[in-house]
Design a protein around this ligand. Structure first.
Ligand code: FEO
Length: 401
C-alpha cells in the first residue's frame, strides 16, 4: 500500500493518493496517465485537512492521515469543491474526526448535505472569510464555476500556499509528485484544461485576477503534480490559454446544427436549415453529423455555440444515443438560456421530437417556439418551409442574445 506523505512546507504535507489505473474519468474523459486525488494536512495549532479523496481510496488516505496526526485532533476540513473525487471520503473522515468542522462555500454545503445525509458541523465561507488556526490563518477566495458553482480556493497566508482544487491541476500520476521531478506532463495538463476548465475561461480569469497579487510559494492542486517549483508559471500559462480561448471566440452569432441521420432524410433537413440560417447576415453556422464524433470535439462545438438546432430521426420510439451524449455534454450553468430547436425525420409516430424537447427544457435552454419534423423525405413545399424555419430561427437567435 502506498504510504507516501510528502512535505510541502513546515506546516503542510500531502496525504493524497495515487490512482495509476484509472483510464476514464467521469465516464467521458480519458485519463491515459492515471490521476491523483490530492489531500493536504495542515499542522497548525488547530489542525486541518484540505480536500479528502475518492471514497474507494479512503483506506490509503486514512493510513496516511494517521501517520501525521490523530484524526480526533482535526479542527477543520476544507472542501473546496464537492465533486465526489474530492468529497467522496468526507463521510468516513467525519466518523474518525468527530470534532472537525467542514469549511466550504454555501453551494458546497448544500451539496454535502445531500451527499452525506447526516448532520455535520460546518461553516459557510464567503469570499475573504478567515479561518483562524491559531498560529496560522486560511483565507477563503471565492472562485465559482471552476468547474462547478461551489468551487473556492483556500489560501494559507503564513506559508503562502494556495489550495486550488481542480484549477491548475492535471490527470497525471507520477510517484515523485513534485512538478520539477515528474518530467514533462504538458499533454496531460493541456488536455485537462481543454476538457474541464477551458469552457469556464471567463470565470477562470476572474479567479486568476484575485490571486495574482498574492505571494504564492506553492499551489496545491486537487489532481496531479504539486506545484512547488515556480507555481506562478502555470498561472501565467493558464491565463494566456484562457485569454486566447476567449479572443478566438468568434464575435458572430454561432449556430450549431448537430444531427444524426439514418436514411439521409434528417441530413437533408439539416442542410436546408443551414441554407435558411445563412440568409441572415452576421451569423456563423457549424453543421455536423455527430454519429461518429468524439466527446471532446462535440463538447467543444457545444461550448462555442450560442444556439442549437438538434436533429435526430425516431428509431425504436426514441431519439438516437448521440443526441443523449450531446445533452450530457451541455452544462445548465453555461448553456442556460441558449436558443434551441428540435428537428428530424420520422416514419411512424415520431417520439424523438418529445425526447429532444424534454432534454432542451431540462437543461433550461431557451426552447424555440417551433420545431421541424417531417414524415420521411421532405417534399419541395416542405423544403421551402424548412429554409424559412432556419431563417426565422437565426433571426430569433440574434434577438435572444
Ligand atoms: Fe476533480 Fe471537479 O473534480
Amino acid at each position: 500500500m502506498d504510504t507516501n506523505v510528502l512535505r510541502i512546507s513546515n506546516t503542510v504535507q500531502w496525504i493524497g493518493v495515487l490512482d495509476k489505473a484509472i483510464r476514464t474519468f467521469d465516464i467521458i474523459m480519458e485519463t491515459q496517465y492515471g490521476t491523483t486525488y490530492n489531500s493536504y494536512f495542515i499542522n497548525a495549532d488547530k489542525k486541518a485537512v484540505v480536500e479528502v479523496v475518492k471514497e474507494q481510496f479512503f483506506q490509503v488516505f486514512e493510513a496516511k492521515l494517521r501517520q501525521v496526526c490523530n484524526p480526533k485532533e482535526l479542527a477543520y476540513i476544507f472542501i473546496n469543491h464537492t465533486e465526489p473525487d474530492h468529497s467522496g471520503g468526507l463521510k468516513k473522515l467525519l466518523e474518525i474526526a468527530p470534532f472537525a468542522t467542514v469549511v466550504a462555500s454555501n453551494s458546497a454545503i448544500m451539496n454535502l448535505k445531500e451527499q452525506l445525509n447526516i448532520p455535520f458541523p460546518y461553516i459557510i465561507a464567503q469570499d475573504g472569510y478567515i479561518t483562524d488556526l491559531g498560529n496560522k490563518k486560511i483565507a477563503t477566495i471565492s472562485a465559482p464555476n471552476l468547474h462547478w458553482p461551489d468551487s473556492i480556493y483556500s489560501y494559507l497566508q503564513e506559508d503562502k500556499i494556495l489550495f486550488s482544487c481542480d484549477s491548475f491541476g492535471a490527470h497525471f500520476c507520477h510517484e515523485s509528485m513534485y512538478n520539477d521531478q515528474v518530467g514533462n506532463y504538458d499533454a496531460a495538463f493541456l488536455y485537462y484544461f481543454d476538457v474541464i476548465l477551458k469552457p469556464f475561461s471567463k470565470f477562470f480569469l476572474k479567479a486568476i485576477d484575485k490571486i495574482s497579487s498574492l505571494p504564492i510559494d506553492a499551489i496545491c492542486t486537487g489532481h496531479g503534480p504539486l506545484l512547488t517549483s515556480n507555481p506562478m508559471e502555470i498561472v501565467k500559462k493558464t491565463k494566456k490559454m484562457c485569454e486566447e480561448y476567449l479572443n478566438n471566440y468568434p464575435k458572430k452569432n454561432r449556430i450549431l446544427i448537430a444531427y444524426v441521420s439514418a436514411y439521409g432524410f434528417t441530413k437533408k433537413i439539416a442542410e436546408k436549415l443551414k441554407e435558411g440560417v445563412e440568409k441572415i447576415p452576421n451569423v456563423t453556422v457549424d453543421i455536423c453529423d455527430i454519429e461518429k464524433m468524439d466527446f471532446e470535439t462535440l463538447g467543444e462545438k457545444i461550448a462555442l455555440a450560442d444556439a442549437y438546432l438538434l436533429g435526430t430521426p425516431t428509431i425504436n420510439q426514441n431519439m438516437l444515443p448521440q443526441l443523449y451524449y450531446a445533452f450530457a455534454l451541455m452544462t445548465p450553468l453555461r448553456e442556460k438560456g441558449k436558443l434551441a430547436a428540435a428537428f428530424g425525420a420520422y416514419g411512424w409516430s415520431g417520439e424523438a421530437k418529445q425526447c429532444l424537447i424534454t432534454n432542451i427544457d431540462n437543461l433550461k435552454l431557451n426552447r424555440y417556439c417551433d420545431s421541424m419534423f417531417i414524415k420521411f423525405a421532405p417534399s419541395q413545399a416542405e423544403v421551402d418551409n424548412i429554409i424559412k424555419f432556419g431563417e426565422n430561427f437565426a433571426k430569433a437567435a440574434i434577438i435572444s442574445k
